[in-house]
Design a protein around this ligand. Sequence first.
Ligand code: ZN
Length: 335
Amino acid sequence: MVRKIFEKFRKQTEAVDFVINNETVLPGESTLIKLSVGRIPSGNRITIDAHVFRGKLEGPTALILAGIHGDEINGIETLRQCLEKEVFENIIRGTVIAIPIVNIFGFINFSREVPDGKDVNRSFPGSMVGSLASRVARILTKKVLPLVDFVIDMHTGGGPRFNYPQVRYAKIDNAAYELGKQFGAPFLIQKPFISKSLRKIAHEMNIPVIVYESGESLRFDAYGIEVGFSGILNVLSAAQMLPPENYKQYKNIIIVKKTSWIRASYSGLFIWSKSSGQQIKRGEIIGYVKDPQGLKSVSIISNKDGYIIGHNNAPVVNQGDALFHISYEQDELIY
Ligand SMILES: [Zn+2]
């Protein structure tokens, strides 16, 4: 059964030719496309590597990408596993474009941004005569997005902030909501568009994007990688791009309408007693900030009934630092 959402994707690849970066990929073929971004100061050429897989039958085109933030490694590892296990070689209809690392500059510098400190995901649609981040964004906007029907964009929390596996979508984007349900992560969270992000610009081009978040920067999260791997297979099999046996049934998905951060009211060592994924009650102690001399301990109390969808793994925190990301106003979707 083709789920309704996938029936109306408009760029069904009826044409035999699928042309990306002036290279043609024929039905049943796969290839590696190198999108040139420029040179680093040493003179070495930098390219964004896009793996393209075409099924023999016509169907939608999916873009799955990671590493827009160069230090967010879980998505990169998830796509690496998909490529190593040759998941996309089994595509029966449509096309998959898989880009494991968008921000090569950030990746080699262990950094979220490009070397001038700009964030690629705040630089869309970008410009080829702009800053480095703007150029990277432009290549995706110009050469890749016009070809695709939907996008899975893989991220982690920034720095030591850990995200429990979750899909984010914009409330007004019903197609992204449907994609998020098919992905099957434990939390499906409404988040407004961020200005100049890939998600916002793609939406303006009528392309739904789901953002998958799991774990923290520069650290593997095995569960998040596993959920991400299954999520990709789930979406592709719901679109009938992969055979249905790839679909993994989930028990339930918690749909979250609102989230807020609990911040540190005191500086010191942060000891959490509840962690991400756990349900919490208003008034419950979920952690402590303790002074290093052993004299003072400040309890962190939940101000909501909800779930912890993210927490800070930093052992030392300052007043005002984000400690727990709490969801509230949620529905449970049982599959
Ligand atoms: Zn990110």
